[in-house]
Design a protein around this ligand. Structure first.
Ligand code: HEC
Length: 415
């Protein structure tokens, strides 16, 4: 009995020893071989779909052991047996070293863990952040959680670059309310066009542009006189705008379906419309950091990645159901979009256009990253919560109970 045990132990040791001998593989040599694995395990070791496991960041010893097991048939899987039988012991050690050295991307491990409800702190809210509560008709500030009375239907909001003024649209009363952010007091309630939705402030802080979805035009508010000084005709259903950093152009989503309006801010005239085939009702948008690409979120469940100069749609990405906001991080790393009919936000890698869904809770609509790109804020219109996601780990780290139907997020530094 004793004898047979020790001989089988010896056999086991002998059978695995060649692998152990070759355990310190050569990363560079592994990299040369790795393209033959990319079709399934991805160019960076993140499996291209659910049936292909991630290899990036896995322990080298484990990877070698699995490859040898596929090769000798002790782990049965026909595809991997075919792959592994072409590999020498040295190849295996090198591939294991290479995949082990790759970063285990946060995109690959995006979280679903429910986070504990808690109070907002200055850690997650390094800038004062203003969130509209549509059904409470209020604006709530974070991290201090001060509630300002607004008016019926506080919908979209925007803050001036210096942080001194906040504007919020009220589509049911066709007005925009201007708040003094130091006191929370109302400076004006300004009549605009019909069914105002998005509001954005020009980069120089002098004007606010309001997208009047019902009247097919934009109201230009002078932020000194607090009066509408111009109205710009576009096409049906303007929903929200985004200015270029130099303030020369505004891109406006035309939810009526025409596409993206390009408006010259000096002449205040629409100069063209870029059609966006493949999506239904352009709703919200943001620009890549180089401002050459528009990420356009539609009313249904798509994001179009649009090359602005050529007008070509590079890709239509399917995201969560329903309409929602979209935000490109100030550092350009991710675009993240919400989906009001769903329970996820979708994070899009702006380089690879790979996506990950993060479960957040019910009815996400507003979404914005902090200026430093460290945190993502999401409003849950059905759960009446604001969720904070750690952008490095893509895990929900906090849920904050708020007023009714939290809708949109505004903060200085991420227009
Ligand atoms: C045609 C698709 C395909 C290719 C190409 C491919 N693999 Fe795989 N690989 C798979 C599948 C499928 C599995 C999961 C097997 C299972 O379910 O047991 C897998 C599993 C693995 C595992 C086990 C992972 C774990 O967590 O247990 C390793 C290691 C691995 N593959 C390495 C490689 C390497 C290295 C290459 C390139 C030399 C490669 N694979 C090429 C399809 C592929």
């Amino acid at each position: 009995m004793r004898k047979s045990l020790s001989s089988s132990t010896l056999l086991l040791l002998l059978s695995v020893s060649p692998g152990f001998a070759a355990v310190s593989g050569d990363i560079a040599a592994g990299k040369v071989k790795a393209p033959m694995c990319a079709g399934c395990h991805g160019a960076k070791g993140i499996g291209v779909s659910a049936e292909f496991p991630n290899l990036a960041g896995q322990k080298a010893g484990y990877l070698s052991k699995q490859l040898r097991a596929f090769r000798d048939g002790s782990r049965v899987e026909p595809t991997m047996k075919a792959m592994a039988s072409t590999l020498s012991d040295a190849d295996i050690a090198n591939l294991a070293a290479y995949f082990s050295s790759l970063e285990r991307s946060p995109m690959a491990v995006a979280g679903t863990a429910p986070a504990v409800t808690g109070q907002p702190t200055a850690k997650e809210f390094p800038q004062t952040t203003f969130i509209t509560m549509k059904k409470s008709g209020t604006v709530e500030t974070f991290p201090d959680e001060i509630v300002w009375p607004g008016g019926a239907n506080m919908l979209y909001d925007a803050v001036t670059p210096d942080g001194s003024r906040l504007l919020a649209t009220s589509p049911s009363s066709n007005t925009v309310t201007v708040f003094d952010t130091a006191s929370g007091g109302q400076l004006a309630v300004i009549p605009v066009g019909k069914a105002p939705k998005g509001v954005k402030v020009t980069p120089d802080g002098r004007f606010a542009w309001v997208s009047n979805q019902g009247s097919g035009d934009l109201s230009v508010i002078d932020l000194v006189s607090l009066k509408v000084i111009d109205t710009i005709r576009v096409e049906a259903g303007p929903h929200n705008a985004r200015f270029t950093r130099d303030g020369k152009l505004a891109y406006v989503t035309l939810q009526g379906g025409a596409g993206l309006a390009v408006v010259d801010t000096a002449t205040r005239k629409m100069i063209r419309v870029i059609p966006i085939p493949g999506i239904t009702g352009p709703h919200n948008l943001d620009l890549s950091q180089d401002e050459k690409t528009a990420f356009v979120r539609d009313f249904v469940h798509h994001v179009a990645v649009l090359d602005i100069a050529s007008g070509k749609v590079r890709k239509v990405i399917t995201v969560g159901n329903g309409h929602g906001g979209i935000d490109v991080f100030p550092d350009g790393r991710y675009a993240v979009t919400a989906a009001i009919g769903d329970d996820v936000v979708t994070v899009i890698d702006t380089q690879t256009l790979e996506t990950r869904d993060i479960k957040v809770g019910n009815g996400p609509h507003g979404v914005r990253a902090s200026r430093d790109g460290r945190w993502i804020y999401v409003t849950l219109t059905k759960d009446n919560q604001v969720v904070v996601i750690d952008a490095d780990t893509l895990q929900v780290v906090k849920r904050i109970e708020v007023g009714k139907f939290p809708f949109w997020v505004a903060l200085p530094g991420n227009p």
